[in-house]
Design a protein around this ligand. Structure first.
Ligand SMILES: Cc1ncc(COP(=O)(O)O)c(C=O)c1O
Length: 380
């Protein structure tokens, strides 16, 4: 079976984790600090705060904004469920915004309709590693003093010009889940250019404990906030430090595979391929196509889904694992029940959920495997 993603840890990655395992110190320590410094340098940002996963990164980033409970936060309607869940964890209200089917990112015309003095934050997602249109988002946010958290869970290596995804908002969040560019099984990171926000994030991730607060040797004065145990372990950090050293190479390999797929699959007229927006660098966390045997409209969704599902089955039979792209959050049972949304509430997000398909993309995917995948798609 060609899996959707294969994790290939090098001997050096394993050695680096083994050193920690034998060191007698497993929890958050020097390795986490080193990773934070390396990650900040990698993304050219001032501060990086490691945490337990991409979801806790979003939760921390939202709480660090210190918004009034119930404040409204715009979230793309097509994303992993955490983007919206984190808003609810922080006692805030998600306001969904539909996406553009060209890049699966938040739609600027739709966002324009939603921004108002009531909106206190926006969470643009750089979906599958394709940079969201940050310039337009920032200019809309400025009108009403709206904060921005970039959900860059899938967007390591993604850039607009030379600016890394995650660095232009108030904060940017990352995930180190196994499907991401580098992984520690579970793991997350928040980056920011603001020292006060960085300090708050560090406090919140560690039970609300601020070592610099209160009197020396007076423990009570140091628990300044309602915090969480969202720490990363040194074992996880050691794996990430090691992979970060070759992250650029891993990204180049994913770029090559994406180029190969695009070159070979463009003649298939029922597939809409992902595009790299001119002037940007796609992170290629995933290569997500849309099946469009008919125009991608709500009326044609069942027809397109039928072919998408057939494609998943045919590839599975050929030993190729695929996945759906992401989810139309408002239509999942919990959100649909809580807010009464239907597939028609955010039509593009629903179309994207029903008709998208992610192909295997990772550094150790061989040319022969990529060729085999293309051949099998061409024969559907
Ligand atoms: C866009 C997006 N946001 C947040 C997350 C959550 O990350 P994690 O699984 O590390 O909690 C993911 C994970 O897939 C994601 O794709």
């Amino acid at each position: 079976m060609i899996p959707i993603k294969k994790i290939s840890l090098s001997d050096e990655d394993v050695k680096s984790a083994e050193e920690v395992l034998r060191s007698g110190w497993l929890m958050q320590g020097e390795k986490v600090k080193t990773l934070e410094e390396s990650f900040a340098a990698y993304t050219k940002s001032k501060f990086a705060i490691a945490c337990s996963n991409g979801t806790s990164a979003l939760h921390l980033a939202l709480e660090a904004l210190e918004l009034k409970p119930g404040s409204k936060v715009i979230v793309p309607a097509f994303s992993w469920i955490s983007t919206a869940n984190a808003v609810l964890y922080a006692n805030l209200e998600p306001v969904f915004c539909d996406i553009d089917l060209d890049d699966f990112n938040i739609s600027i015309p739709e966002l324009e309709k939603l921004v108002s003095p009531e909106i206190k934050a926006i969470i643009p997602v750089h979906q599958f590693g394709n940079p969201a249109k940050m310039k337009s988002i920032i200019s809309l946010a400025k009108k009403f003093d709206i904060k921005i958290i970039e959900d860059a869970a899938c967007a390591m290596d993604a850039k607009e010009g030379e600016t890394y995804a995650g660095t232009t908002g108030d904060t940017g969040t990352f995930s180190f889940h196994p499907r991401k560019a580098i992984t520690s099984g579970e793991g997350g990171m928040v980056i920011t250019q603001n020292e006060a926000v960085a300090k708050k994030l560090r406090t919140l991730r560690n039970h609300g404990f601020d070592n610099e607060a209160g009197e020396e040797f007076e423990i009570s004065g140091k628990f300044t906030h309602l915090g969480y145990n969202y720490r990363m372990t040194d074992i996880q950090a050691s794996l990430l430090i090691s992979q970060l050293k070759r992250a650029k190479k891993l990204h180049k390999k994913r770029q090559e595979i994406a180029e190969y797929y695009t070159e070979k699959l463009q003649k298939i007229n029922w597939l809409k391929l992902p595009q790299e927006i001119p002037g940007t660098t796609h992170g290629w966390q995933s290569y997500v196509c849309m099946v469009k045997t008919a125009e991608p409209t709500p009326e044609n969704t069942d027809k397109n889904k039928h072919l998408r599902d057939k494609m998943i089955k045919a590839l599975e039979t050929a030993g190729i694992q695929t996945r759906f792209g992401s989810i139309a959050i408002p239509t999942v049972k919990y959100y649909a029940t809580r807010y009464g949304y239907t597939p028609g509430s955010y039509p593009n997000s629903y179309i994207a959920q029903q008709t998208s398909i992610a192909l295997p993309i990772y550094d150790t995917l061989t040319e022969a495997e990529a060729e085999y995948i293309v051949k099998n798609i061409s024969e559907i």
